[in-house]
Design a protein around this ligand. Structure first.
Ligand SMILES: Cc1cc2nc3c(=O)[nH]c(=O)nc-3n(C[C@H](O)[C@H](O)[C@H](O)COP(=O)(O)OP(=O)(O)OC[C@H]3O[C@@H](n4cnc5c(N)ncnc54)[C@H](O)[C@@H]3O)c2cc1C
Length: 455
């Protein structure tokens, strides 16, 4: 029977194992040096905040693995012998494979900052990082010490929220002059900035880490910024992004760029060796390549790969881009492509509510009026509806007319569709759109289309 060995028990490795089991009787072994069982990495923050215990982050009961004949091994792989087709564990044990899946995830970035290895300085990626954070911050709760978070991405904001939940004063250093400005348009960046500051977080834009100073015990004492400011900090979170974990294959015959290079079938340059999820870098037909470091893309890559491994060679096709995140209390969703600046040939329609905590942006093509992307803050949308609308190349007027169909907020929440439509009609007076579908009900209202915006 074919032996499948998977290194990594994250969403990618585990999805691959489950999907291979659904399709085959292969012998499947999943190895992880991080945890005995698969857990939800995005849920890590809730362990620290006391909303969940570590065991609650396991999506499967412990009996699931035996029942599905998936062998879980806890241990670190130190070497792969691609000639004899075996992986070597730290314990000295060797495990043979016929097909090998590398699903080794990411590692937190460290850029060689002075003081980055002091006690009380860390990133947040693994279960061990949460345990370390617990240890590093337990004496700082309720204002007994201060923290600095370096790097304004999605992990940085989570760490700021985690520390804030323990009443540890947080200074948040963000290099860009707009929060997450390489992704978000200015209005949304400012919306998030206001919300972060409203929580009492000291957000510093255009501010970068220079060095971390030490006390006499080798613990973090302060952070010095490139602007020359010194900030008191007994805990420093380094959250300036993550990089594909390619440690195991560096210096081997496996091709690596930023991540482990794979084609659209998730095959590396070596036979019977595959890579997927955060650690993989996908070669694209136009000669470029990209790394996708998201939960759902790891799952989708693993689903395609399992088919290939089971004899049905299948390309990974991500389909319409989707992402979601939470900035303290504000939920963010994006579908399709929304650039941080308006690009040639497209228009952005933007609405924000009076409180400045909810917003809606639709990107559409000037010539065809086809919607190509949407950002929402504070209004929950239905993924299936937006993906369908974008795939069907719906026009902006059609989408706005049916906007209620996409609303996924609880029934008793205020509905903002009428305000959004009214703003659109003000911005585009040559077009008059009437909301046909409010949330949960179809109204019989007429829709008037303008000549330039109709289908
Ligand atoms: C705090 C946090 C919050 C996040 N929130 C979101 C979110 O809300 N939405 C979203 O889309 N994404 C989120 N992400 C990103 C998402 O978690 C990752 O994209 C996803 O977990 C990647 O899955 P993976 O299976 O490819 O790798 P991983 O989950 O990193 O799993 C790889 C596993 O391989 C193990 N491994 C590596 N090398 C070896 C070795 N040599 N031997 C043995 N084991 C090894 C690692 O220890 C790890 O357990 C978040 C990430 C973090 C850190």
């Amino acid at each position: 029977m074919k032996k499948i060995v998977i290194i990594g028990n994250g969403i990618t490795g585990i999805t691959a194992a489950r999907e291979i089991r659904k399709r085959s009787e292969y012998d499947i072994t999943v190895i992880s040096g991080e945890s005995h069982h698969h857990f939800s990495r995005p849920a890590l923050m809730y362990i620290y905040m006391g909303h969940m215990r570590a065991e609650h982050t396991k999506p499967y009961e412990d009996w699931f693995w035996d029942k599905n004949r998936i062998s879980l091994r806890y241990g670190t792989v130190t070497k792969i012998d691609f000639t004899t087709k075996a992986v070597l564990l730290e314990s000295g044990e060797s495990i043979a494979y016929d097909k090998l899946i590398l699903a080794t995830g990411s590692k937190s970035n460290k850029f060689g900052w002075k003081g980055q290895d002091l006690k009380g300085v860390q990133g947040l990626y693994s279960l061990q990082d949460v345990e370390m954070m617990e240890e590093n911050t337990k004496h700082l709760a309720n204002g007994r010490g201060s923290a600095v978070v370096v790097g304004g991405g999605l992990i940085g904001i989570e760490v700021a929220e985690m520390l804030h939940s323990r009443h540890i004063p947080v200074t948040f250093l963000v290099r860009e002059n707009i929060y997450w400005g390489n992704i978000l348009p200015e209005e949304e960046g400012k919306l998030v900035e206001r919300h972060i500051r409203a929580q009492g977080i000291d957000l510093r834009l255009s501010s970068e880490l220079q060095e971390i100073t030490s006390d006499s015990n080798g613990r973090a004492r302060s952070v010095i910024t490139k602007n020359g400011e010194e900030l008191n900090a007994q805990f420093v979170a380094l959250t300036a992004g993550v990089s594909p974990n390619t440690d195991l294959v560096k210096g081997t015959d496996v091709e690596v760029k930023r991540g482990i290079l794979v084609n659209e079938f998730l095959e590396t340059n070596l036979p019977d060796v595959y890579a997927a999820g955060d650690c993989a870098e996908l070669k694209i037909s136009d000669g470029t390549s990209k790394v996708e470091q998201l939960w759902y893309t790891g799952r989708m890559q693993a689903e395609a790969l399992a088919k290939t491994i089971c004899g049905n060679r299948t390309k990974y096709q991500r389909g319409i881009w989707f992402n979601s995140a939470k900035f303290f209390d504000i939920e963010y969703q994006t579908y399709g492509f929304v650039a941080n600046k308006v690009r040639d040939g497209e228009s952005h329609f933007y609405w924000e509510d009076a409180s400045g905590t909810k917003s809606f942006r639709i990107v559409f093509q000037n010539a065809s009026k086809v919607v190509t992307g949407v950002n929402t803050f504070g209004i929950r949308q239905r993924q299936a509806v937006w993906q369908r609308w974008i795939a069907e190349e719906r026009k902006i007027t059609d989408v706005l007319t049916d906007l209620g169909e996409a609303n996924f907020d609880p029934e008793f929440y205020k509905q903002y569709e009428p305000e959004i439509i009214s703003k659109f009609n003000q911005d585009y007076p040559e077009s008059v759109v009437t909301l046909r579908r409010a949330k949960g009900l179809f109204s019989k209202l007429q829709v008037k289309f303008s000549p330039i915006l109709t289908r």
